[in-house]
Design a protein around this ligand. Sequence first.
Ligand code: COA
Ligand code: AMP
Length: 635
Amino acid sequence: MAQEEYTHIFNRSVNDPENFWLEQAANIKWFQRPVQALSKDEDGFYRWFKGGKLNTSYLALDAHIEEGRGDQVALIYDSPVTQSTKKFTYNELRDQVSRLAGGMKRLGVEKGDTVIIYMPMIPQAVVSMLACARLGAVHSVVFGGFAPHELAIRIDDAKPKAIITATSGIEFDRILPYKPMVDEAVQLAEHKPEHVIVYNRRLGAIRPDAENDIDYATLMKIAEPTRCTEVDATDPLYILYTSGTTGKPKGIIRDNGGHAVAMHFSMKYVYGIHPREVFWAASDVGWVVGHSYIVYAPLIYGCPTVLFEGKPVKTPDASTFWRVISDHDVRVMFTAPTAIRAIKKEDPNGEFIKQFNMDGLKYLFLAGERCDVSTLEWAKEHLNVPVIDHWWQTESGWPIVANMMGLEQHFDIKPGSATKPVSGYNVQVLRQDGSRCDPNEEGYVAIKLPLPPGTLPNLWGDTERFYHGYLKTFDGYYFSGDGGYIDEDGYVFITGRVDDIINVAGHRLSTAEMEEVVDKHPDVAECCVVGIEDDLKGQIPLALTVLKAGSEVEHFQLQTEIVNDVRKEIGPVASLKRVLVAKRLPKTRSGKILRKIIRAIADGKEYKMPSTIDDPEILNEIKELFEEEKIGSFS
Ligand code: COA
Ligand code: AMP
């Protein structure tokens, strides 16, 4: 039965995407309905709903108000770090959004302009995103854990007319001044935004004033509320930078029309939630999960959404998630496996869970990194609800493989698998030559084109990279960058990235980017950074260096300097803590560093000695080094 219902909807979505998605598009309120679902743009890339006119902020707010829901709760801000909670109705949120949009308009921000948002998890971040959407301006939210240098790279790429920030963020019990970081980034960047709008949190953080600063509260006071600007379905809603395999991050574009349709569809069919039920994604607005499932999907679908400013532990303790679920009657929750691992470490027997009434909770969804079986089992046992591992990426914007809880029947879970491809995603596992793998044969995970609505149509200002990075590898397919296999029952297993991207505490990072920083150290002749397994964060980066001839730098000093360099250039979120000095790095005869084997040695996994290895003895040296330094499986 599960199979029949799933197969019917899935087959329609991939065999007749035009009609399937046009029907889904009817579920949102367009200013002008699209008459055609799929088309191609001037570069030959697929686009969705061209000609349809809409506004995403209208769908998130005004549409519900027009239906008489203005006094119902839209946003629940729960902030254990400031010990406060505040609820916003659709009316209240719309008023703030339209006022900020009016203020930005006054500053000259127009449809098509870009705006960078660098903010902590406060309601003003959501208001800023929706205000941009209201104007048809393109926002780019940058995660607060990135350093000024990273922010500067994004400023130069997105060329924002304005930046919106706040005076400070709070990490556990530390106040982090954001404004000085924005000032430094603006100084580093070649592009200079015309305005920096600063929300003053009044937490006592340093708050230097610059000439083009605008106080958020003052702007709100003088601004006139503004109406929604009509945009085309294919106009960009946002750019979200994500790590690629080079030092330069990629600007993933999200359009308005396809995104809205996909957000609505996923809430109903993947997350199995009903409008008016509370949805909570415990992520950050700086990541794709935050864009899709803190802000846009719940609001568009009409679910109150929780904006949580805290951590799974220590804010104040490992009970905080369960307290939030109970206090706000959360029906569906989404978090990263890391968060559950952090809680499990503090409360292995789930004692805190027993203190709260969580009868309303229907499902816990996990994503952002590979979900280990023990974490999944622990959550299932202690929460007593289905725990759904689902796989997706910044690029897709919504789940690619998941047990679709909105269908009447669900599949049995196979631990290690995110279950089956979601409607619209024709997922295949391919060999290097492009042929399809047999069941259970590991290969490259790719998706047959066209990708469904809501997925990336291109990269911001880099069509070449879009084509080369995603479309060229396998003709007619989007290549995900992940490896995996599909078993005989059609279950998809994702085994991990096949490129230089790692996932640290659910945060996607590029080892190539870290290598660029390590390489700059004056004592380093060559280096590599690999992601090794970690009990809490899933993966953590490890740097291996070879020193320049004659260098006499002490190991501890080198490590401290490089760790600081990476924090300064990329940000604390990179979590690089260990730097080792090796005599040599293992390479192929053509000079390629054997990163996969280094990783396998650290993780205590088996590996095949490549026939192309330059000198197999180096692997023993690396193993001895790891033993000596107590790295990974040797700790
Ligand atoms: N602003 C500024 N700094 C930030 C930040 C932010 N938004 N987020 C993280 N950082 C900093 C942290 O303070 C930490 O700095 P430190 O080295 O000075 O202590 C560093 O970046 C690393 O952070 P993190 O990897 O998160 O480690 P942690 O030890 O602070 O917390 C967990 C560990 C498991 C509690 C935390 O990673 C977590 O909650 N993970 C859930 C992941 C998640 O929600 N992912 C989103 C994708 S779904
Ligand atoms: P991001 O773009 O930050 O969402 O990271 C996407 C990457 O995280 C994917 O390409 C995978 O490598 C990994 N990932 C996300 N969810 C899962 C999952 N459920 N299982 C395995 N890997 C995952």
